[in-house]
Design a protein around this ligand. Structure first.
Ligand SMILES: Nc1ncnc2c1ncn2[C@@H]1O[C@H](COP(=O)(O)OP(=O)(O)OP(=O)(O)O)[C@@H](O)[C@H]1O
Ligand code: SF4
Ligand SMILES: [Mg+2]
Length: 363
């Protein structure tokens, strides 16, 4: 990052954040999101999800495609697709219930207090408008600053996210930017109003492998500079481990394990987490491991454990297929939803915990 970064210039200054003592930034409690199936039945897409995010914390949400990562976050941002609804639960932002907020109030929080970075930068950028003008608009939407001050802020932001010659590049249209540069512009937009939380949903998945690491570094550097919390949604356990101090592992619309990155890597206490780790650790091997089978659709989720049809230790035990396991605290410190956590063999894992991400505490 440039030494001349000015992400905290006067333009956005709104004084030090004053988190309410003891109140997490974000608290999701018992979230259930439903839709109506083809036969008129109620389908639980997100099934009783609870978690918190503290000020300045980096949390990774990991799981295969369809596990419910995006829907959970769309609910947090008040952006659920039509036809889906929050049937139960609460989503609290600094102790204030977001579910009860009107659209206008939610729009004020979105973009100002919560910034967003999605997989495809073009979902956030208007192809017909210059990048700088869009960034300036994002700033002026939430802050009473002059056009000139907003323009100045745009150049500083673009510099912060590593865009070369930012004053000139700001005048270009999105199609004149490369994919990696566009995603940097989106990160700048997410950071424009000094948000307390950034939600990044697969922010590097659509990018070239070489650009992925640069964009991730940019996101982390901008986040550190603004002391924002980050929720990093990814199917890539390694990416989450490199960046997050805490992880939430989702499967079939539920949380199956949650703990610090170190706890999860040293001793996974759910067979699904173990399977993800085995896949990661055997990547590139001739006999690379893949979890057999596929996740159930939300309509055909077993009554008990959703992982039962793929689980190597279930051994067709009725309790696995019939009784829903609840998240319980394990001796390692993590919490997992499995009836037989003690039967998870760790002999096939190479328990190398990743180095703690910079500036995070995983103890
Ligand atoms: N608009 C919708 N209508 C009905 N079902 C939906 C809708 N959007 C998502 N779903 C279903 O909800 C479940 C969770 O989807 P979600 O998009 O949150 O998964 P994800 O973990 O983000 O997956 P991916 O890694 O592919 O982005 C999936 O079974 C999906 O098919
Ligand atoms: S509850 Fe049973 S099926 Fe589910 S993960 Fe644990 S052992 Fe496997
Ligand atoms: Mg998704």
């Amino acid at each position: 990052m440039s030494s001349t970064t000015t992400a905290s210039t006067d333009v956005t200054s709104r004084g030090p954040r004053r988190p309410k003592r003891g109140v997490p930034l974000l608290e999701v409690e018992g979230l259930v999101i439903t839709t109506t199936g083809p036969d008129g039945e109620t389908v639980r897409l997100i099934d009783d999800v609870s978690f918190t995010v503290a000020d300045g914390e980096v949390v990774g949400i990991v799981g295969e495609s369809g596990s419910g990562k995006s829907l959970t976050m769309l609910a947090v941002m008040g952006l659920l697709p039509v036809g889906l609804e929050i049937a139960h639960g609460s989503i609290k932002w600094r102790g204030r219930d977001l579910v009860a907020l009107r659209d206008r109030e939610m729009r004020e929080i979105r973009g100002r207090e919560i910034g967003m970075v999605f997989q495809d930068p073009m979902t956030a950028l208007n192809p017909l408008r210059r990048v700088g003008a869009q960034l300036a608009e994002a700033i002026r939407l939430h802050q009473p600053v002059s056009r000139a001050a907003a323009r100045q802020r745009v150049v500083a932001l673009l510099e912060t996210v590593g865009v070369p010659d930012p004053a000139k590049r700001a005048r270009a249209y999105p199609h004149e930017w490369s994919g990696g540069m566009r995603q940097r512009a989106v990160i700048a937009m997410a950071m424009a109003n000094d948000p307390a939380l950034v939600i990044a949903d697969e922010p590097t998945t659509a990018l070239d492998v070489t650009v992925q690491a640069q964009v991730m570094r940019t996101l982390e550097a901008a986040r550190t500079e603004l002391s924002s919390a980050l929720i990093l949604i990814t199917h890539d356990l390694a990416l989450a481990a490199q960046n997050a101090s805490r992880m939430i592992i989702m499967y079939s619309g539920r949380i199956v394990e949650t703990g610090t990155t170190r706890e999860i890597f040293l001793r996974p206490t759910h067979p699904y987490t173990q399977g993800l780790l085995r896949s990661l650790l055997s990547e590139g091997d001739e006999r690379a491991y893949a979890i057999p089978g596929n996740p159930p659709s939300p309509r055909s989720r077993p009554a008990g454990c959703p992982f039962a049809p793929r689980c190597e230790i279930a051994k067709q035990r009725a309790v696995c297929t019939d009784v829903r396991p609840l998240l319980e605290l394990r001796p390692s410190g993590s919490r997992s939803a499995c009836h037989f956590p003690d039967e998870i063999g760790h002999d096939r894992l190479v328990p190398t915990a990743p180095a703690a991400p910079a500036g995070t505490d995983v103890s």
